[in-house]
Design a protein around this ligand. Structure first.
Ligand code: PMP
Length: 394
């Protein structure tokens, strides 16, 4: 037994995690709940996914078995994932050796990074960067190199990226479509990154959880289809966004056999396996007809347009949202210059919650004018959010 002195956080929390603090999504959702705000911050829908999928899950739980699944995922779900990859991208993946089911994309990313990174390996992150990549890489004692996407269109700075690659580069993370900036990478950009990976013997890790939310007729390009990445790509995806069941935490990683072995190696020691009954239900969901995916996209397109227009009418400078279920706005025309202060004030003052984007850059000054709103909500919720903002601005 130790003494009774208060425990200091810095003595307990592992050093590499100390700079990261509490996730911004937790902070803003807690604030939203405390003030009864319309929560347009954290990325989750306010309506659950298809009832028939939930019924399958309930049925599977009652019927059982409710015991550990195979570590790599139940065969039926892995086969359904392979069928979906073939249906949407015309690619063939082997469900036995190339698909690993994980506890959400979060664990998929974790298993991939912890499975391949040695201390001092370099990992390239594209800013604004989704919040889990840096801390997981840091846990593996990797070195982080940040490259900022540039301008309102968040363009890939090819020259800077080329300079960032080195013989120590082990991996680059590509979130496509990109959260929070809503960018959709072109095939040309992905091929450029692929060529660098090939040149430096590095891996590309694609986080493609928003793969079915790409707007205006643009086609999602998966890393799996880039020729230079044939033996170098890990693609992490999730059922959370596509089937509006973020609480189920069902994700997966697709990669060639040798790469999948690394994922499976660490995955077995992180969670061992995902939830068996929910995997069974998601196997059914994956096979839903094209009309399901089309309706999802057209519903979100309408919501994107309503929220974007509503925010523009209030005086926000709204950046185009090419993918994901978010829209990013510039708050400077409204007279604000600090996104974090703005978002911390918003739930109490306006009764609306949003996400400050500067936290997605290492140097916070870069995104201080940007605030992200989520439109994965009922139309009435979005309209109520806009109504509240209008009242507050008045
Ligand atoms: N990657 C990105 C870019 C995300 O936005 C999210 C969810 N917010 C995740 C990963 C996590 O997905 P999951 O819930 O399946 O772990």
């Amino acid at each position: 037994m130790g003494d009774n002195l208060p425990v200091q956080e810095k003595d307990v929390v592992v050093e590499v995690l100390q700079p990261y603090g509490t996730s911004i999504f937790t902070e803003m959702t807690v604030l939203a709940n405390a003030h009864g705000a319309v929560n347009l911050s954290q990325g989750f829908p306010d309506v659950d996914g298809p009832r028939e999928v939930r019924e399958r899950a309930a049925e599977a739980i009652l019927r059982g078995p409710n015991q550990y699944a195979l570590s790599v995922g139940i065969p039926g779900f892995r086969q359904a994932i392979a069928r979906k990859i073939n249906r949407f991208y015309g690619l063939t993946v082997d469900p036995e050796t190339e698909v690993t089911v994980t506890a959400g994309a979060t664990e998929g990313l974790c298993a991939t990074l912890l499975g391949i990174l040695n201390p001092e390996d370099e990992v390239i992150l594209l800013e604004p960067v989704y919040d889990t990549y840096a801390p997981i890489s840091a846990l593996a004692r990797a070195r982080l190199k940040y490259i900022s996407l540039e301008g309102d269109a968040f363009e890939l700075p090819k020259e800077k990226l080329t300079k960032a690659f080195s013989p120590r580069t082990k991996a680059i993370l590509i979130n496509n479509p990109q959260n929070p900036c809503c960018k959709v990478f072109t095939r040309k950009e992905l091929s450029f990154i692929g060529d660098l990976c090939q040149q430096y013997n590095a891996y590309a890790i694609g986080d493609e959880v928003y793969e079915h939310l790409v707007y205006d007729g643009t086609k999602h390009e998966t890393l799996l289809s880039i020729p230079s990445l044939k033996n170098r790509a890990f693609v992490v995806s999730s059922t959370a966004k596509t089937f509006s069941m973020t609480g189920w935490k069902i994700g997966y990683v697709i990669a060639p056999e040798a790469l999948s072995r690394a994922v499976r190696m660490s995955h077995q020691f992180i969670v061992f396996c995902g939830q068996s009954a929910l995997q069974e239900a998601m196997a059914y969901a994956m096979d839903l007809p094209d009309s399901y995916y089309e309706t999802l996209l057209s519903d979100y397109t309408a919501k994107r347009d309503v929220l974007s227009q509503g925010l523009a009418d209030l005086g926000f400078r709204v950046l185009p949202s090419a993918g994901t279920y978010y829209v990013v706005t510039d708050i400077t025309p409204l007279g604000f210059d600090d996104d974090l202060a703005f978002c911390r004030m918003l739930p109490e003052k306006a009764g609306v919650a949003a996400i400050p984007c500067s936290v997605f850059w290492k140097d916070r000054r870069q995104g201080r004018h940007l605030v992200r709103f989520c439109f994965a909500k009922e139309m009435e919720t979005l309209e109520e959010g806009i109504k509240r903002l209008r009242r507050w601005f008045k």
